[in-house]
Design a protein around this ligand. Sequence first.
Ligand SMILES: Cc1cc2nc3c(=O)[nH]c(=O)nc-3n(C[C@H](O)[C@H](O)[C@H](O)COP(=O)(O)OP(=O)(O)OC[C@H]3O[C@@H](n4cnc5c(N)ncnc54)[C@H](O)[C@@H]3O)c2cc1C
Ligand code: SF4
Ligand code: SF4
Length: 467
Amino acid sequence: MTKDANDKREGMQLCSGCGVCAAVCPRQNLAMRQSDYGMPVPYRLSEDCPKGCSLCRSVCPFVSETSVEELAEEQYGACSRGGHRSEIGFYDQGYLGYAESETVRKAVASGGLATATLQGLLSRGEVDHVIAVRPTGQAAPSTLFEAARISTPEILTECAGSCYYPVSFDAILQQIAADDDTYAMIALPCVCQAIRLAQKKIPRLANIRYLLSITCGTLKSTCFTDYIAATVGVDPKKVVRICYRDKSQGLPVMQFPTKLAFRDKASGDIRYKHTTWLHGRIAAAFNTRLFSPLACNFCDDVFGECADATFMDAWLDDNAQQPLGKSIALFRNPELRECFENFAGIHVEKLSIDRVIDSQAGALDAKRIGLAVRYHDASHRVGVIPSVREHVLPPFCRIPLLRCWRYRVQYHMSRVSFSRWHESRGCPKIFWKLLWVPWQTNRVLSRLMRIFPKWLYQLRKLREGRL
Ligand SMILES: Cc1cc2nc3c(=O)[nH]c(=O)nc-3n(C[C@H](O)[C@H](O)[C@H](O)COP(=O)(O)OP(=O)(O)OC[C@H]3O[C@@H](n4cnc5c(N)ncnc54)[C@H](O)[C@@H]3O)c2cc1C
Ligand code: SF4
Ligand code: SF4
């Protein structure tokens, strides 16, 4: 990669806060610090770097020239029996199912196949420890979630659930590189990519024997959690815990029932507040990608293509309307799949790869079609070159005009959401007033898209001379 291209990418501040760069630094010159917009970012502690060292840059998924496809080819090109699809990468077999234990199923995000797999690996002695994400139970200035090393299967239930909150793995990776124990790790797709890149540079990171991923539509900065709290009248600084997928309310998983635990200002007792992402203002923020880091707006990996297995929600049929939900597991590593098939306590059936892809229509829409628009605009108008696999994106000229403009408006809202949140001083009402123009434009475009889809299709065919 030329220095120029590198600088241009860094100029876009593409970073998901994984902390892998800080973990591999031989001089421990990098530390992860919370930025004003609620993301951990690498902070240089000293300029004392060995001459020619660029280890930190070489493991960054947003800077490295090694694509996720090349990393996946190295891992699964020879052993994956299923084949390769541009949406999903290599695959061996997909499964639909859930964990049979009621305790596990009530704690997990959807069906609990991720937790059950990690528990299975631990209890069968396939690995010594699991790296997962766990709530800290502490209010600001502490983070609400942290990366944790777990050695007993039962404790993994505490890590269950989805964490729409940035987490850095720098300290835990340094720990892994310092011992001889074996690990299974679960992480978001970009973090898996950073880990695979780091494994090439730091051989001891091969101790991560199994790398699992969760499908990812977008991450959110900590501002999103503050915004949810403020929207339901809770002081974000008093929040000690948040469960984004709370099953205690018996609501359909699709509604994303959310439970906040906060310290009461007057009594100091812990109190609870429930809401759902269908709450008008929360749904609006999620659907327009507010508080999504810039990196997520230039990410093309939906399925964690370089992970041994990927877990996702079964957004299929009526599963989304059930209060307990089911999950989908997609395996690339045949050895891990064989282990999984022999685990006790799971109920699974095989699922075709087309159905696995169907289940992620929403994420594929945002990260492939929406990305085609963002990538076109970034490279043609601003002249910046984000590291994106052009060949997995649909041709820009094929994207209907209204849709194109809706992606543009949403991208604008996503980018300005951080500064507007600060300007509003954490008041959701002022925040939406500041976003009034793009928000109304987005609504008009969405309405027009519902009214004119057939008409626009005909127009496109006419434009292409197919009518
Ligand atoms: C930011 C984000 C975006 C997502 N986007 C989608 C999507 O578009 N489509 C979709 O189908 N699914 C998405 N998921 C995954 C989904 O929410 C479930 O995690 C997945 O369905 C597995 O369900 P499960 O019940 O088997 O998981 P569980 O059994 O609940 O286990 C989930 C495991 O993932 C770990 N984990 C949770 N959050 C994080 C995190 N931020 N970083 C690292 N590890 C974590 C937990 O520690 C736990 O071990 C997303 C998750 C996150 C965190
Ligand atoms: S994405 Fe990860 S590796 Fe890249 S700069 Fe951010 S913290 Fe470092
Ligand atoms: S959308 Fe991409 S960059 Fe953002 S957290 Fe998910 S995998 Fe990482």
